[in-house]
Design a protein. Structure first.
Length: 276
């Protein structure tokens, strides 16, 4: 919460006529950007996922803000003057926005830190808080620069695997976080944002550590249960590292913090004994 307060304090005042006064977000990732860029007094509604997602990053940021389920009825009821959406929501959103006189800004998912800079600037401009966006970018870039200036003693081979067949590959935000942490994503194959890894492929690849997401944005899936496979538990006891789903799913300045947390966890791993 302290980080959020600093970021909000960094922005210069914007003329009231230029700033939206009732901003509505229809996507959990735009929720988390909006909560860092605009004061609560100008946020009319965020999604029902926002409180749980914000709890993992800046607890209390969504408290007291009306929640929505992304429906057309929600838009009519809230009557926003600005709507932030991912572009993957209801096809009725543009029509409902016109009905209430709201402008719609579509924010694409971020797959890299360059994308995060772009979305921060996009949303910062849309809500009339460009200085706050630049403050968050400066903080993120300082974190990334510090990681790059102090490379790890070991460049470990890792994969983000919770079970199932799809793992984040090259061109994904998780790959960018792993790279920033100074590790090697063994699933980063050229031209593939996702790679296939079942239990057998995992055992053959033999990474130094397994990364797995939690259930911040929902309940654990059946794939997570496969991630508890007894052979995997035995071979990777003490070498499975949990990460915050939110910072890997949504492109946020805190995605750089996720790289710092991963670096610390990897540095804490003991050296691996050679296979006999």
């Amino acid at each position: 919460m302290a980080v959020l307060a600093v970021a909000l304090a960094a922005g210069a005042p914007v003329a009231a006529a230029a700033a939206a006064r009732r901003i509505m977000s229809l996507n959990v990732c735009t929720d988390l950007l909006l909560l860092q860029l605009a004061p609560k007094s100008r946020i009319a509604s965020v999604t029902f996922l926002a409180p749980q997602a914000a709890k993992a990053l800046f607890p209390g940021a969504a408290d007291g803000i009306a929640l929505n389920h992304g429906s057309a009825e929600d838009i009519v009821q809230v009557k926003p003057d600005l709507i932030l959406d991912s572009g993957l929501g209801s096809p009725l959103t543009p029509a409902m926005a016109r009905r209430v006189g709201a402008r719609v800004v579509e924010v694409k998912n971020a797959d890299s830190f360059a994308d995060i800079r772009q979305t921060l600037r996009q949303v910062g401009a849309a809500v009339g808080e460009p200085a706050r966006a630049e403050a968050l970018i400066r903080r993120m870039d300082a974190t990334l620069a510090d990681l790059a200036a102090h490379p790890p003693r070991r460049r470990l081979r890792v994969v983000a695997w919770s079970g199932g067949t799809a793992v984040p590959g090259k061109g994904s935000l998780t790959d960018a976080i792993i790279t920033a942490a100074g590790a090697v994503n063994i699933a980063a194959k050229p031209g593939a944002a996702e790679s296939s890894f079942g239990v057998e492929e995992l055992l053959i690849a033999h990474p130094d550590a397994l990364l797995f997401g939690g259930a911040t944005l929902g309940q654990p899936s059946l794939l997570t249960d496969e991630g508890q496979h007894r052979v995997v538990r035995r071979l990777y006891a003490g070498r499975r590292i949990a990460y915050n789903d939110v910072a890997h799913t949504c492109g946020l300045p805190q995605s750089a913090d996720a790289a710092v947390e991963l670096r610390r966890a990897l540095d804490a791993l003991p050296d691996r004994r050679p296979a006999r």
